[in-house]
Design a protein around this ligand. Structure first.
Ligand SMILES: Cc1cc2nc3c(=O)[nH]c(=O)nc-3n(C[C@H](O)[C@H](O)[C@H](O)COP(=O)(O)OP(=O)(O)OC[C@H]3O[C@@H](n4cnc5c(N)ncnc54)[C@H](O)[C@@H]3O)c2cc1C
Length: 468
């Protein structure tokens, strides 16, 4: 793979004439080159301090513009960073100095086809906009990252996003039937379509899901919709310790079919209460929020069965409700975790995951790392999936604290790998976790991944510095 120069500040990147050529092909009106205007497109929510200044930001309106931009990038050997809504937590859409950022945030159309139970979606449409369009036809688009109101479908596809309901309903890849992808050389691939079954050829469609902008730019998708489930009943259980909550999760996961199972530890409960007081028990060691959307009376009995499991694991308090609005208040509290943590200091965000039976071991190990390195690591978890979000909070102006936080970041990922888990369950590798990737995948898988990247993007133009 040929390496390309990416530092405009050092005099690399495309010159004035090349940018004029780009403006002529895509339309100057959709191209930002003023640093002040480009500022909003430089960082994602990981707030990586090392982001560069792009040579330009294309706010694409059509697939044709993306095709033109990629042809230009290949001609001029200019790297490209695809960008959705910038809610990523791994620095995947961080700007690269001298590169072109292609933002898909203006391509927002959503069209529901009731006959095939699909939605044809442009990549910049927010997840919530797809959900709303589906609901307008009595249908449901299940993937529900906590960020569903602020993240785009293109970003969800590129990171294979998960969420709260995937314990029962699966993740983004389970709802993709078709993708339009522009390759590095400007070819537009149309993969799949509104067909439930289609096994013609290699499964290239799935290759692009989760590829984090390193293999192509997604310009359209056909998503599978399903009938909306009945409203959920909710259980909220508080425990003296995270271990009691985690052991309950393991037993519930093995015997019942929760539609959501989220865990918050004491620090997470308190951070959320500080942001949005709703009377959560600040003294609890952990809170488990679980739901069942089983049909009819099965819902109440499933929630009751979950409550009995929690009781057997020494739950301090149990609360159940059949009222969806009341249940949603607790889900909203859980979703407020990231915004609540943002006020606490600098953050290093993890999303390590393990097989569910190993969850208690992972949580214990994280607490040990926090104690040994003297760093705060509050945890929330999509516990039913074994997917945790330990957030390392530190004072960036203190060098010792910063060093300890970085050590903890690496140790938490190493711990997950040692337990047969993953360094990232849903946020993606991006730029922040890529040094840990070979330890999880091993050299053979890394080699094959690099070979695929080289076949599709021989000049290494797409999202340089991310993932591989
Ligand atoms: C408060 C909060 C809660 C969150 N909760 C969850 C959660 O529960 N589950 C979860 O999975 N994530 C969660 N996230 C992370 C984030 O929202 C997801 O990773 C989301 O999928 C990113 O979408 P985006 O549009 O913001 O993408 P961006 O941040 O813009 O980009 C993410 C990656 O996708 C690539 N990309 C974006 N669009 C395209 C495209 N059209 N073609 C090719 N590549 C593209 C980028 O290059 C980058 O690598 C959360 C984030 C926040 C801030």
């Amino acid at each position: 793979m040929v390496e390309v120069a990416v530092d405009a500040a050092a005099g690399h990147g495309p010159g004035r004439l090349a940018l004029a050529d780009l403006a002529a092909s895509v339309g100057a009106g959709d191209l930002l080159t003023d640093p002040a205007a480009m500022e909003a497109y430089r960082r994602d929510w990981a707030k990586d301090p090392d982001v560069g200044m792009p040579c330009a930001v294309l706010r694409a309106r059509s697939p044709e513009q993306v095709v033109e931009a990629m042809r230009w990038a290949t001609r001029t050997r200019t790297p490209v960073v695809p960008r959705g809504a910038g809610s990523g937590l791994s620095g995947g859409s961080s700007a690269v100095a001298g590169a072109l950022t292609i933002s898909l945030d203006r391509m927002r159309a959503v069209e529901v086809d009731v006959a095939t139970r699909t939605a044809r979606v442009e990549p910049g449409a927010l997840n919530v906009e797809v959900k709303r369009a589906a609901a307008g036809h009595g249908l449901w688009y299940p993937p529900d990252p906590s960020s569903f109101e602020i993240c785009s479908i293109g970003g969800n596809l590129a990171t294979n996003a998960g969420g709260l309901c995937c314990v029962k309903y699966g993740v983004t890849t389970d709802y993709v039937l078709g993708l339009d992808v522009v390759l590095a050389d400007g070819r537009l691939l149309r993969l799949g379509g509104p067909r439930v079954k289609d096994v013609a050829g290699l499964s290239l469609l799935k290759l692009f899901v989760g590829s984090e902008g390193t293999l192509g730019v997604i310009t359209g998708a056909t998503l599978r919709l399903v009938p909306a489930p009945p409203p959920a009943a909710t259980l909220v259980a508080s425990f003296a310790s995270v271990a009691d909550a985690a052991h309950s999760v393991v037993v519930i996961g093995a015997s019942l079919r929760a539609s959501m199972m989220e865990l918050m530890d004491n620090a997470a409960i308190n951070a959320v209460e500080d942001l949005r007081p709703m009377g959560l028990d600040r003294s609890a060691g952990a809170l488990l929020i679980a739901q069942s959307d089983a049909p009819g009376e099965a819902r109440a009995s499933e929630v009751e069965a979950m409550a009995r499991v929690c009781e057997r694991h020494d739950a301090i308090e149990l609360f159940t409700t059949d009222d969806p609005e009341e249940g949603e208040l607790f889900c909203a509290a859980r979703r407020a975790f990231f915004p609540a943590m943002e006020r606490r200091g600098s953050l290093l965000l993890e999303d390590v995951g393990v097989p569910v039976p190993v969850l208690p071991g992972l949580l214990e190990g994280i607490a040990r790392i926090a104690a040994r390195l003297e760093v705060d690591i509050p945890v929330v978890a999509h516990a039913g999936d074994g997917n945790t979000h330990p957030i390392i909070v530190y004072d960036a102006s203190d060098q010792v604290a910063t060093d300890h936080a970085r050590l903890a970041f690496g140790e938490v990922m190493a711990l997950a790998i040692s337990l047969g888990g993953t360094i990232t369950g849903e946020h993606g590798v991006g730029r922040l976790k890529k040094t840990a990737l070979p330890a999880q995948l091993g050299e053979d898988v890394m080699d094959v991944s690099r070979a695929i990247k080289a076949a599709l993007d021989p000049l290494g133009l797409l999202n340089p510095g991310a993932v591989l």
